[in-house]
Write a protein that binds this ligand. Structure first.
Ligand code: NAD
Length: 485
C-alpha cells in the first residue's frame, strides 16, 4: 500500500477509496494507492508551514549538502529505481534509466544555489544611498506531477524548491506513485528537519486542498491541458504563483535535404519511444516535397521492426501504454483517423503483441485530414501521422494553426531553413536535427500556447526565479552619522 510521508514520518493515508495499480506490461496487480483525502494535504501543509521559519534560516551552502547526499543515494539505488519505473509505467529499462539520469541532473544544478540565488546591488544610487536586491524563499510550495515520468518530473521542482529555502510537498500521479515512494524512502535517510519535504498521494481531492490552502504560496503542475488550465485558473484566483505544463501535439518537418538515414531513425525514436507517452514525442511528420517518398518507406520500415514487449526484458525497444483505457482510447483514435480518410502504412492494432498488458504497436498513417482528431489533438500513444506539404511556409503555418506549442523540430542540412524555422516556429522547445528537444537541467523546460500556462518554466534559472521572491532594499547611511574613531 502506498503511504504518505508527512512531517518526517511515514503515515497511512486517510479515506477508504483505493486505486488498483497494475503493471501495464502484464496486467498484474502491483499495489494500491489512495484516491486522496484533503485532510492528508492539510497535515502536510501544516508540517511544511511549521518547518519553514527554521529551514529558510539554514545557510544555502548547508541546504545543498542534503542534495549532495540525495544524489549519492539515488546513484547507489539507481537500478532498483529504474526497475520500479519500468514496472509501474511500462517504459523500457533504458528509458527508465534515462529519465532518472535527467532527474538527477536537476539535483546537480540545484546544488549551485549559493551562486544561482544571489541577488545584485548598486552603491550610490543617490548620494549616500545604496540599493540591494535579495532573493528570498516563498514558504510552502507544492508540485502535482503526471504518470509518464514518475521520477524525473518531481525532480524538475523538488531540488530547486528546497535549495532556495522553501518547504516542498509532492503530489505524484495516482497511476504511478511507486517511484516517489522509493524517492522518499531515500529522502527519509537524509535527516532533513521534519516537514521540509512531504509526499501526499491521491488525485483531485489532494490537488484541490493544496490549491485552496492559503499557506501554499506556489504550485507547479505538469499534466494534460484541461487539468493544467484548471489548476492555473484556481491557483491564480487564490493568489498563488503558478506554472502549469500541459499537453502537446508535436510536429516535425522533414526537408528534401534532410539526412535520409539519420532523420527517420531519430524521428522513429521520438514518435515511438516511451510508447509515444512523452510530452516531447513527435506525432505529426510534415514532409516537404520530394522528401515524402523516401521518408514514408523508411519510417514505416523502422517502426515495423521495433521489438515491442515487457520493458524489463533485454532487447525490448517499446513497452505498453499505461492502462487498458489508454489502449482503447488510442485504438479508437486510430480508427477515427482511418474513417476520416487516413491511409494506414503500419497498423499497430494488428501486430502480434503480448496477450497480457496494454500494448499498442507502432502505427503510421498518412494523408489524415487536418481536422481529424488524429492530427489535431494529443493522442499520447505510439502513433505518427505523415503529411506531405509544399514548402517550409506551409509547414510553419500548419504548426501555427495547432493549439499546442510544446516542441517543433526540423530536419535539414540547410542553415538558412534551420535558422528561419528556429526564428518563426511558435513552440517553446525547438529541435534542429533533434527528435526529442528536451532542455538540459540548466535550461528552462519551455512550452508555449496550450502547452504552458504561466511565465516562469521549470528547471535551471527559471526554477530559481519561480521559487524565490525579490526584495529590494534602499538604504541611506548619511556620512554625518559616521562616528569618528
Ligand atoms: P493528468 O492531467 O491526467 O494528471 C496530472 C496530475 O493532475 C496528476 O497528478 C493527477 O492526479 C492530477 N489530476 C488529474 N485530474 C485532475 C483534476 N480534475 N483536478 C485536479 N487534479 C487532477 O495527466 P497524465 O495523464 O498523468 O499525464 C499525461 C499528460 O501530461 C499528457 O497530456 C502530457 O502531454 C502531459 N505532460 C506534459 C509535459 C510538459 O512538459 N508539458 C510533461 C509530461 C507530461
Amino acid at each position: 500500500m502506498v503511504r504518505n510521508y508527512i512531517g518526517g514520518k511515514w503515515c497511512e493515508p486517510r479515506g477508504a477509496e483505493r486505486i488498483e495499480l497494475r503493471n501495464p506490461a502484464t496486467g498484474e496487480v502491483i499495489g494500491e494507492a489512495p484516491a486522496g483525502d484533503a485532510a492528508d494535504a492539510a497535515a502536510a501543509v501544516e508540517a511544511a508551514a511549521k518547518a519553514f521559519p527554521q529551514w529558510r534560516a539554514v545557510p544555502p551552502g548547508e541546504r545543498i549538502q542534503y542534495l549532495f547526499r540525495l544524489k549519492r543515494l539515488l546513484e547507489e539505488n539507481f537500478e532498483e529505481l529504474a526497475r520500479t519505473i519500468t514496472i509501474e509505467n511500462g517504459k523500457t529499462l533504458a528509458e527508465s534509466r534515462g529519465e532518472l539520469r535527467r532527474g538527477i541532473e536537476n539535483i546537480e544544478v540545484a546544488c549551485g544555489i549559493p551562486t544561482l540565488m544571489q541577488g545584485y546591488n548598486l552603491e550610490d544610487v543617490a548620494p549616500g544611498i545604496d540599493e540591494i536586491m535579495l532573493r528570498q524563499p516563498l514558504g510552502v510550495v507544492a508540485a502535482v506531477t503526471p504518470f509518464n515520468f514518475p521520477a524525473m518530473i518531481p525532480l524538475w521542482f523538488l531540488p530547486y524548491a528546497v535549495a532556495c529555502g522553501n518547504c516542498f510537498i509532492l503530489k505524484p500521479s495516482e497511476r504511478t506513485p511507486l517511484a516517489s515512494q522509493k524517492l522518499f524512502e531515500l529522502i527519509g535517510r537524509l535527516e532533513l528537519p521534519p516537514g521540509v519535504l512531504s509526499l501526499v498521494n491521491g488525485g483531485k481531492p489532494v490537488v484541490d486542498a493544496l490549491l485552496d490552502a492559503p499557506e501554499v504560496k506556489a504550485i507547479s503542475f505538469v499534466g494534460s491541458t484541461p487539468v493544467a488550465r484548471y489548476v492555473y485558473a484556481k491557483a491564480a484566483a487564490n493568489g498563488k504563483r503558478v506554472q502549469c505544463q500541459g499537453g502537446a501535439k508535436n510536429h516535425v518537418v522533414i526537408m528534401p535535404d534532410a539526412d535520409p538515414e539519420m532523420a527517420p531513425k531519430v524521428i522513429s525514436d521520438s514518435a515511438f519511444g516511451c510508447a509515444g507517452q512523452r510530452c516531447l514525442a513527435v506525432s505529426v511528420a510534415l514532409t516537404v516535397g520530394e522528401a515524402h517518398e523516401k521518408f514514408r518507406e523508411a519510417i514505416a520500415g523502422l517502426a515495423g521492426s521495433l521489438r515491442v514487449g515487457n520493458g524489463l526484458e533485454e532487447g525490448v525497444e517499446m513497452g505498453p501504454v499505461i492502462t487498458s483505457e489508454s489502449k482503447r482510447r488510442i485504438e479508437d483514435a486510430i480508427e477515427k483517423g482511418v474513417s476520416d480518410g487516413g491511409r494506414v502504412l503500419l497498423d499497430g492494432r494488428r501486430r502480434d503483441l503480448p496477450p497480457q498488458g496494454y500494448f499498442v504497436g507502432p502505427t503510421v498513417l498518412e494523408a489524415v485530414p487536418v481536422e481529424s482528431p488524429l492530427t489535431k489533438t494529443e493522442i499520447f500513444g505510439p502513433v505518427l501521422a505523415l503529411e506531405q506539404v509544399r514548402d517550409l511556409d506551409e509547414a510553419i503555418a500548419r504548426m501555427a494553426a495547432n493549439p499546442y506549442g510544446n516542441m517543433a523540430s526540423i530536419f535539414t542540412s540547410s542553415g538558412q531553413a534551420a535558422r528561419r524555422f528556429r526564428n518563426e516556429v511558435p513552440a517553446g522547445n525547438v529541435g534542429v536535427n533533434i527528435g526529442v528537444a528536451a532542455p538540459m537541467a540548466y535550461f528552462p523546460f519551455s512550452g508555449w500556447k496550450d502547452s504552458f500556462f504561466g511565465t516562469l518554466h521549470g528547471q535551471g534559472r527559471d526554477a530559481v526565479e519561480f521559487y524565490t521572491d525579490k526584495k529590494v532594499v534602499v538604504e541611506r547611511w548619511p556620512r554625518e552619522w559616521m562616528r569618528k574613531f
